[in-house]
Design a protein around this ligand. Sequence first.
Ligand SMILES: [Zn+2]
Length: 360
Amino acid sequence: MYLIRKSASGTDSISVVKSARMATTKKRELNFKDFPAGTITEYTTLVCLACIFDIFTKQFGLAPRTAFTEIKHHAPTIEELTRPGAMRPYFDSEEKHPHCPYCGAAKRWLTRFDTYCIEGGKTTDAARRTLVRKLPKADDQFLIIEKKSDSRAVFFEWLDTLGRNLDLNDESWLIEATRMYLERREPKTNWEEMFDDLRAVRRSNRLTEGWERDGARLFLAPNIYCEALVIQYLVSRSHAHGGVTLEGRLTLTELVRRIRHKGYLDQIGITEREPGEVFEKLIDHLAATHEWSHVRTPKRQVAKKKSKKATRKTAKKSRKITVLQPEVDEIVTEPVKLHYIVDRRDFLEKVKSVYAAYAA
Ligand SMILES: [Zn+2]
């Protein structure tokens, strides 16, 4: 089970995969080089045409010719294409030469749907429109499906993908998770280069923002370091044992205490004391700021600008109010559009050849 997230350079930077590629490698990859890292998730689902023909001819009682016409228009749902446990006639397999788990059919009966999920937003909208415009239109070779989601759901989906890509038994996952988080936070930076031969990630005592590489170590400003800890916690947490971070295994209470001590909670304006409440606010904060990269000016300046504006507004209403809450209170779950592109090309070709064999 793996999916692939494309990085800006077009190389596979993360891969969870829903099912294995079939032995035939991809001939006609879509080009996602104009998309920031972590904004595309790729799913591959295998489908057995022997099973499909069987369903249409035996269960629905259609003549092979009619079945063929119907099958050609077959449009799976996004759930069918992206859920971890596929159901007949879909299946996931990591084998090089997979067989249908339902009827045992061999390769020539099997085909695949490649599904790409693009996270909508300022960094991807223009590139997505260009990409979609260039896709061939005939025979519905590509389906474009839109789904409404929100920043929280997208964030958890991202964490889930991240978790499936990491080997939590290998300690290097902590560094890998940090890289994935930074790629999401700052897609414009070449993190592959930054993490090349990296041995350790540390909290900087000097930096107030950003990061700095020194030899084999990467130093992160305290706020970024704290966020990396939270991400590591989220990826590895289990109900009984807390989560594993660069600072060892921590329970939620311990994690909250540490990031509070490092000044992170104050910095982002979380004033709650109860760990559960802090946690909820943290999630909203991390989920909502997934487009940090688009904020060109450093975060603090943006916050300042906002409060100035707010001060002016408030001042008109009542001159007595002078203290303003930090910006975090404004953060709520944001709607996010997900754009799915389903590649049906392999499916259409295979249906044709299988029908030829089936009708013969
Ligand atoms: Zn089958």
